[in-house]
Write a protein that binds this ligand. Structure first.
Ligand SMILES: Cc1cc2nc3c(=O)[nH]c(=O)nc-3n(C[C@H](O)[C@H](O)[C@H](O)COP(=O)(O)OP(=O)(O)OC[C@H]3O[C@@H](n4cnc5c(N)ncnc54)[C@H](O)[C@@H]3O)c2cc1C
Length: 453
């Protein structure tokens, strides 16, 4: 049934080389060379972070050996991958209903991950989930937006509670200075944080165990070869660096999933997106945006009932499992955006822009000690800060899964399932994510997510 759907799915564009969703001949997938360095595959996933690995897992879990899947990942250490540097929070408090639904599936997945990601012979994955509600605060100026967001969340079935007066907030959180705060929304279920690395490794290990072929190497481009035995081949070029030597390798594929996180704008160009004419002149609008995470010790901090705290000034933090330890972050303004040529931390930013805001709101933060800090890149969609999912309208054998703009860890399970459905059935079956398609960029119709942290 699934394979029939795959074969029936034909491109509608005039892009003459598209042979999308075609299964490649089985007999070519079994040679010894193929096992070591596959030269053909049905699905080639570029990028093995949490999104690429979730796509691989969901596809393999559904069809097993019926599809050959190769995943190429440039850096097995994930040194600069967002997935490894994330804060690992999950929330329902979004303003686009699809994001709320994605988080809900994310929660369901995390709750069952122990079982879903179990690999015989290995310890079960423990994503170390800590349930904790987000508290979003508003001033008089932002109260209207908060109330609007709350309504969207309630309509989408989120478990959130409105705290509509300053006094109500003060009585719930006596350790807070509520001056200037007029309303708040707190999540009462399905929110918290988990260990992103454990989720990444769990998905990767499970996808591997189900038969995904992970290759360490760098995707460097696509070429089209014509007049060969299989006409109009799509060939991806990979650089499989071995002992610092470049080893170039070609692999034929039927469908390519582009899941390269913050590098997606650049990698898209290697695949021809943003380098051609017409639709192809539009690049994938995803670029790295540097964010700093500061880990602080507050000896007399808010205590065990502390929510994941989002001040109306944009500074926010979450508690760690160890008492009195907090991870703090704040999105910079456009003018403050740091350069992205390395992952060095700006300590001054904490002193000037974050600490004063938090200390004003929570007096005990005056006494904090900065323990450590790190930087990571958001996979920032400059167009509307939402994911870009689905087939590229001109290159129909390329499926995009990128641009999560700081909420990709929690949406990885849902995005993986969505891409699986899209590839196998040609449409979304569970959460309709059509609005996340690249078409909105062509049509200049942004779908803004207002609750970006
Ligand atoms: C500081 C910080 C805090 C965050 N906090 C949260 C949070 O609390 N909650 C949340 O939901 N999200 C959060 N995020 C966002 C989240 O981490 C990302 O949205 C998510 O990890 C994106 O996953 P990804 O797989 O798309 O990208 P990545 O994890 O970056 O993976 C992409 C992979 O592609 C590989 N790649 C790139 N180019 C090539 C190539 N040419 N060939 C082969 N491979 C290639 C890279 O090596 C990389 O491993 C945070 C991010 C940061 C930086």
């Amino acid at each position: 049934m699934i394979l029939k759907c795959l074969l029936n799915c034909r491109p509608t564009s005039s892009w003459k080389h598209s042979k999308i969703f075609k299964i490649l001949p089985r007999n070519l997938l079994t040679s010894e060379k193929q096992k070591e360095f596959p030269t053909r595959c049905d699905i080639l996933i570029v990028g093995g972070g949490v999104i690429g690995s979730s796509v691989a897992y969901h596809l393999k879990e559904k069809v097993g050996d019926k599809l050959s899947i190769v995943l190429v990942e440039a850096d097995d250490t994930y040194r600069a991958a967002s997935s490894a540097l994330s804060m690992g929070c999950i929330r329902q408090q979004f303003t686009v209903p699809e994001n709320i639904y994605l988080s809900r599936y994310g929660m369901e997945f995390l709750e069952k991950s122990h079982h879903l990601l179990k690999v015989p012979g290995l310890d079960p994955t423990d994503v170390q989930f800590h349930p904790r509600g987000f508290l979003m605060l508003a001033s008089e100026a932002s109260r209207g937006q908060l109330l609007e967001n709350f309504k969207i969340q309630i309509d989408a079935g989120a478990k959130v509670e409105l705290l509509s007066t300053e006094a109500e907030i003060k009585s719930r959180f006596p350790w807070m200075n509520t001056e200037g705060i007029t309303a708040g929304v707190i999540g009462t279920a399905n929110e918290g944080w988990f260990d992103p690395w454990s989720l990444l490794m769990g998905l990767r290990q499970k996808a591997l165990s189900l038969g995904t072929h992970y290759i360490r190497g760098e995707f460097t481009g696509i070429t089209i070869k014509e007049n060969t035995t299989t006409t109009n081949l799509n060939i991806a070029c990979l650089n499989l660096k071995r002992d610092k030597e470049d080893v170039l390798h070609e692999i034929e594929f039927a469908t390519l999933v582009l899941a390269t996180g913050h590098q997606s704008g650049k990698i898209g160009k290697l695949a021809g997106i943003g380098k051609g004419k017409g639709i192809l002149s539009l690049p994938i609008p995803v670029e790295p945006r540097k964010r700093f995470v500061y880990c602080v010790h507050v000896p007399n901090g808010p205590g065990r009932d502390c929510p994941i705290f989002c001040d109306n000034t944009g500074a926010h933090f979450r508690p760690e499992a160890t008492p009195n330890i907090y991870l703090c972050i704040k999105a910079p303004t456009q003018e403050e955006e740091p350069h992205t040529c390395n992952l060095n931390v700006d300590y001054e930013y904490f002193e000037k822009e974050i600490w004063p805001r938090l200390a004003k709101r929570i007096p005990s933060f005056e006494n904090l000690k900065l323990r450590q800090a790190w930087a990571g890149f958001y996979d920032y969609n400059t167009f509307d800060q939402n994911a870009i999912l689905g087939r590229h309208p001109a290159l129909k054998n390329i499926v995009l899964a990128t641009g999560f703009s700081g909420h990709g860890i929690q949406h990885a399970p849902g995005a993986g399932r969505a891409v699986m459905e899209y590839i196998l059935y040609g449409r979304y079956l569970t959460i309709n994510l059509e609005r996340f398609g690249f078409e909105r960029i062509i049509n200049e119709k942004p779908l803004y997510e207002k609750n970006i942290l």
